[in-house]
Design a protein around this ligand. Structure first.
Ligand SMILES: Nc1ncnc2c1ncn2[C@@H]1O[C@H](COP(=O)(O)OP(=O)(O)OP(=O)(O)O)[C@@H](O)[C@H]1O
Length: 313
């Protein structure tokens, strides 16, 4: 449904700045009706890839086809099937919800006879019922984002591209927004590709892509990605996490990564972390605030794959 083949994007540079390869020979497919998340540390090339996919930038090399249409040679066909929710608001906050949706209908030449039905169908995926006459500036951040979604849904897309749509939302609004997307996927067979750096959002999706320095480092189901790390890991909270990690590596020969005030240890060889936990507790107790065994999450995968600390909620 979204097929990216050997995509490369090079920013040309200038006399003072060298050319920069922002996307490097990247290939990736999102199947029909799949929900995929694209993540990566700052500067890894997500925005560049997103801009290419929504037709705002032309790649230096490679092909992209969307619903079987070539992005470069059939952009109008692609626009017919794809809806894009950008990070920066694309609605007029001074206008009401209904006025914003009416403008979208005008822009896309939606026949007047279809307008109400389309509008009501789009709103059915949101929590905006009864808010049609409210000015967007009076809505919460979460509902305002849902207006963006409703606006895009007015055009009946089969594919949705979203750029960090939940940034700045509180956890409840974020969950509501994601639930709307998941229902669209489940009940309408929508294909969804969304950039995000919040890994709790990625735990339930079909596939997660992790980019680093323009390259696709991993692309798999959340389960398969978590399995890369093992079944369980020891996590220690410490005021001096870096110092403790250094000591654990030097004195016990362990592999440790530091995320904030946490030291996370790679899986033990026999997979049983309890003896290791006891040993660490006996030796380093004064340096430890808490110690536990946990199943690896996607944030651990991210740290392993990119070498960067993951985005925090
Ligand atoms: N117009 C530009 N000219 C030159 N280099 C650029 C340009 N835009 C981005 N870059 C560089 O390309 C690389 C990828 O940038 P991009 O914005 O795609 O990354 P990102 O993963 O979206 O980062 P973020 O999460 O910070 O938005 C970065 O090193 C960035 O500095």
């Amino acid at each position: 449904m979204i097929r990216i083949r050997n995509l490369t994007h090079i920013y040309p540079g200038s006399r003072k700045v060298a050319p920069h390869v922002a996307v490097s020979d990247l290939s990736l497919e999102v199947g029909e009706g799949e929900f995929a998340i694209l993540s990566g540390p700052n500067g890894s090339g997500k925005s560049t890839l997103f801009r290419i996919l929504c037709g705002l930038a032309r790649p230096s090399a490679g092909q992209v086809s969307i619903a079987g249409f070539d992005l470069l040679t059939e952009p109008a066909r692609v626009r017919e099937v794809m809806g894009v929710v950008f990070q920066s608001p694309a609605i007029d906050k001074q206008l009401t919800v209904a006025e914003n949706l009416a403008i979208q209908a005008d822009l896309y030449d939606i026949p007047a006879a279809d307008y109400r039905a389309r509008r009501d169908r789009a709103l059915a995926w949101t929590d905006l019922g009864g808010r049609l006459d409210n000015r967007v500036e009076t809505l919460s951040g979460g509902l305002a984002r849902q207006v963006e979604l409703a606006k895009v849904l007015m055009t009946d897309p089969r594919i949705l591209l979203l750029d960090e749509p939940t940034t700045g939302l509180d956890p409840v609004s974020r969950r509501n927004f994601l639930e709307a997307l998941q229902r669209l996927q489940r009940e309408r067979g929508m294909t969804v590709l969304m950039t995000s750096h919040v890994f709790s959002e990625a735990e339930d999706v079909d596939r997660v892509a992790i980019m680093r320095e323009g390259k696709l480092m991993a692309y798999d189901t959340p389960q398969a990605l978590r399995a890369m790390i093992g079944t369980e890991m020891v996590v220690i909270q410490s005021r001096e996490a870096k110092v403790l990690a250094g000591r654990l590596e030097a004195e016990l020969g362990l592999t440790a990564s530091v995320v904030g005030d946490e030291v996370r240890l790679a899986e033990t060889e026999n997979g049983d972390s309890l003896p290791l936990l006891e040993k660490i507790l006996q030796r380093y107790r004064p340096d430890i605030r808490s110690i536990s065994i946990k199943q690896p999450g996607l944030d651990d995968v991210f740290v392993r794959v990119t070498g960067a600390a993951s985005g925090q909620e």
